[in-house]
Ligand binder design. Structure first.
Ligand SMILES: NC(=O)c1ccc[n+]([C@@H]2O[C@H](COP(=O)([O-])OP(=O)(O)OC[C@H]3O[C@@H](n4cnc5c(N)ncnc54)[C@H](O)[C@@H]3O)[C@@H](O)[C@H]2O)c1
Ligand SMILES: CC(C)(O)[C@@H](O)C(=O)O
Ligand SMILES: [Mg+2]
Ligand SMILES: [Mg+2]
Length: 348
């Protein structure tokens, strides 16, 4: 395991070179890995494991859209696609990739098949960290491990197919067999991680819930909407407002940030833009930091977890979700975005 310097702090990182795929396959050669759930992470992780040569099966509710999706992806009922209980029974490693609320409902079935020496694998610290709310308390004689890809399961798969790799964090909550480390790293490499950085279940879930509510998803939509609204109220056209708020960011500037950092992106803009950005980033930080602090406190208090459980356990959850997504989709900003996307030469 390499120790790397992250801006002055040394952290442990596992890279593919030191734990090659061959070693991962060898470590897992006697294991049957059951990926339970075929939503977003399920397909990405199971298909990457399969293509990487691991012995993997899928467990999914029968007569569901996602069962049909698994069949369309080449999983064969009775051969490597089973209902959840049968897959758990066959598994030596259970990769628990139902939605976090779904994991609560199905836990008694999974627990029944967690016999001595098996491994229980999560991609989120949610169920175990908030076990006072989820009831997920694994038996003491199984390994409990985590590989959390830091991105969508869709990107995990597409990046794998492009020969790239998405970063994941990994953690060991319980090492009952003495093999938890080898198992977790092998699985992390097997699902297509580019590299793996160390965490624990609590830190994974606190940071993940903060990130997705914050800059990755919630905050970004919030600041897009705020700037777009001001521009529109001041008489700017939708195309201009959308270009200055979203399109330029995703198409031109963020790729530069991804390549070489924020200073590099700033360095590739005009001196006028640099002066303004350097003057304004701190006021924006100061205005939003109290919101981020409040968000983190809500996460740490378990309130965000409870809100997800309550809302995602409702039978009409999908219908309500679709209505909220529709509101975003039909907003003027994202309707303008639809037209702007169509205008990209590569989309013509
Ligand atoms: N979505 C992502 O890209 C992503 C990224 C990193 C980590 N994670 C974590 O990975 C895990 C899986 O997330 P996901 O987004 O892939 O899940 P998801 O919401 O797509 O659901 C996965 C599966 O759960 C099944 N399911 C839900 N409730 C069920 C129930 N009561 N009984 C039986 N099946 C049920 C659905 O049919 C679906 O196949 C979660 O812990 C999540 O936090 C997700
Ligand atoms: C893809 C995300 C946002 O990183 C993940 O955390 C999720 O919950 O889907
Ligand atoms: Mg998340
Ligand atoms: Mg995440």
């Amino acid at each position: 395991m390499a120790k790397l310097n992250f801006g002055g702090t040394e952290e442990k990182v596992v890279m593919r070179e030191e734990f090659p795929l061959e070693k991962a396959r060898e470590t897992m050669k006697e294991e049957t890995i059951a990926v339970i759930g075929y939503g977003v992470q399920g397909p990405g992780q199971s298909l990457n494991l399969r293509d990487n040569g691991f012995n993997v099966i899928v467990g999914q509710r029968k007569e569901s859209k996602t069962w049909d999706k698994a069949v369309a992806d080449g999983w064969v009922p009775g051969e490597n696609l089973f209902d959840i209980e049968e897959a758990c029974e066959k598994a030596t490693v259970i990769q628990y990739l139902l939605s976090d609320a779904g994991q609560i409902a199905v836990w008694p079935t999974v627990k029944k098949h967690l016999t001595k020496g098996k491994a229980l694998y999560f991609s989120h610290g949610f169920g175990v960290t908030f076990n006072d709310r989820t009831g997920i308390v694994p038996p003491k004689d199984v390994d409990v491990i985590l590989v959390a890809p830091k991105g969508s399961g869709t990107s995990l798969r597409t990046m794998f197919l492009e020969g790239r790799g998405l970063n994941s964090s990994y953690a060991i909550f319980q090492d009952a067999t003495g093999r938890a480390y080898d198992r977790v790293i092998s699985l992390g490499i097997g699902v297509g991680s580019g590299y793996l950085f160390e965490t624990d279940f609590r830190r994974e879930v606190y940071s993940d819930l903060t990130g997705e509510r914050g800059t990755l998803m919630g905050c970004i939509q919030g600041i897009f909407a705020a700037q777009y609204e001001v521009l529109r109220e001041q008489g700017h056209t939708p195309s201009e407002a959308f270009n200055e708020t979203v399109e330029e960011l995703t198409q031109s500037l963020m790729p530069l940030v991804a390549q070489n950092g924020m200073d590099w992106m700033y360095a590739n803009t005009s001196t006028t833009a640099q002066r303004g950005a350097l003057d304004w980033w701190k006021p924006f930080r100061d205005a939003t930091k109290p919101v981020f602090q409040k968000l983190y406190d809500e996460v740490a208090a378990g309130n965000e977890a409870q809100r997800s459980i309550d809302s995602n356990s409702q039978p009409d959850y999908r219908v309500k979700l679709e209505a909220e997504l529709k509101e975003l989709r039909e907003s003027e900003m994202w309707q303008a975005g639809k037209t702007v996307r169509q205008l990209r030469p590569e989309n013509n």
